[in-house]
Design a protein around this ligand. Structure first.
Ligand code: GLN
Length: 392
């Protein structure tokens, strides 16, 4: 028998940090501010629509590209929020969440040894998708407090083998929302070097400061951008796994070729329900954002009071904090010990970096939880003061 079974492409990947830390939370009974999932259900109209779809017999395979009504609802959503015109038949593909979408994009559009430019810290499935395709990543580091990038770093990361740039905005784990000037710079480089752009916009409705701007809305980007999003975060049903890809027909055809051999299709009744969700009135989307902005403010203030240096996120479910002011210097060790020290689970940002020194001391907390849960977590985290050493 071979010594190891996992192939070379995946050799650097173990169990995801989210699975590891959620299992730790279950095992210890700690408050889970690690994996980003809400602890309350999304809108009842949307849940009712899923139940009704099951009862109405929408339980067999949907069409390969997703049910027509959801593809239409995605196109309407892109028009309503971003003034993008999409043909629901040739430019929208429904996927098993954004994760499958990203995998299908990488597996279908990359050749082995192509290079992909993305920002560090990165979301883990983006780099896993690149690796599964046999391609290589080139990283541009985002540094706190504002997580801006150095344009020279981005230019330097692009080479003759570069095929695409990945942009995740609002950005997990930092909460950064890329502004128009940054996106214009990225778009200019895509046009100049004839690159594709892949965007992960799953937190599109969770931009609290600044505005979410899809890269596809910038001049010349509509035809070269593959836009990925999903309903999980927008409707607080992260387990439903209904995502989508929007792209020009020939790009979408390519992505569909890979997607049909990954899950083939998924979640027929949930597709019906997410179509209902996407057509909810503006009040729903505004309410979601207001609600989560208040939680952001609550946890940000609580962590600061507990002694962390906090980098206020402009969007997403997450806030990143530097643990050094509390006398710790290793976020991974702290996260592994945190349940025992104070009954809270968080995620160490170091796993989102290749240049580990950039993220060793950073920890990510999720604030998509009920206010009383956040209050309790903050109270527990306040016990950390005095438990760290002098940091040396
Ligand atoms: N997106 C979620 C997070 O960042 C995790 C999803 C997953 O576990 N793959 O916490």
């Amino acid at each position: 028998m071979p010594e190891r079974f996992l192939n070379r492409r995946l050799a650097e990947f173990g169990t995801t940090i989210f699975a590891e830390m959620s299992a730790l939370a279950v095992a210890t009974g700690a408050i889970n501010l690690g994996q980003g999932f809400p602890d309350t259900d999304g809108p009842s109209e949307v849940a009712d629509a899923a139940v009704a779809a099951i009862r109405a017999g929408h339980n067999q395979y949907p069409p390969g590209r997703g049910i027509a009504d959801l593809r239409r609802a995605v196109a309407e959503h892109q028009k309503r929020f971003y003034d993008l015109d999409l043909d629901p038949d040739s430019e929208v593909l429904v996927t098993a969440g954004a994760t499958e979408a990203v995998a299908a994009v990488m597996l279908s559009l990359l050749e082995p040894d192509d290079e992909v430019v993305l920002f560090e810290p990165y979301y883990d499935s983006h780099v896993a998708g690149i690796a599964m395709a046999g391609a290589h990543r080139r990283l541009v580091t985002l540094r706190p407090p504002h997580y801006r990038f150095d344009p020279d770093d981005l230019v330097a990361a692009i080479g003759p083998r570069t095929r695409m740039i990945v942009v995740n905005s609002p950005h997990n784990p930092t909460g950064k929302v890329f502004d128009r000037a940054e996106l214009e710079l990225i778009a200019g480089l895509c046009r100049d070097h004839d690159l594709l752009a892949v965007t992960d916009e799953v937190y599109e409705h969770l931009a609290y400061d600044g505005e979410h701007i899809p890269l596809a809305t910038l001049p010349g980007m509509r035809e070269r951008t593959i836009t990925v999003s999903s309903g999980g975060k927008t409707f607080s049903f992260t387990g439903w796994k209904i995502g989508w890809v929007c792209a020009a027909p020939r790009l979408l055809d390519a992505v569909t070729t890979a997607k049909q051999f990954l899950t083939y299709v998924n979640g027929t009744p949930f597709q019906h329900a997410i179509a209902v969700g996407l057509r909810l009135g503006d009040g729903y989307f505004d309410g979601l954002r207001r609600n989560l902005r208040a939680r952001r403010d609550q946890l940000t203030a609580g962590l600061a009071a507990a002694g962390f240096e906090v980098y206020r996120p402009a969007g997403t479910y997450f806030v990143t904090a530097d643990v050094r002011p509390l006398g710790f210097d290793d976020g991974m060790a702290l996260c592994r010990g945190l349940p025992e020290m104070c009954g809270v689970v968080a995620v160490p940002n170091v796993v989102f970096y290749d240049n580990e020194d950039e993220g060793r001391h950073l920890v990510r907390f999720a604030f998509c939880k009920r206010p009383e849960v956040l209050d309790e977590a903050v109270e527990r985290l306040a016990r950390l003061a005095g438990l760290g050493g002098d940091g040396s």
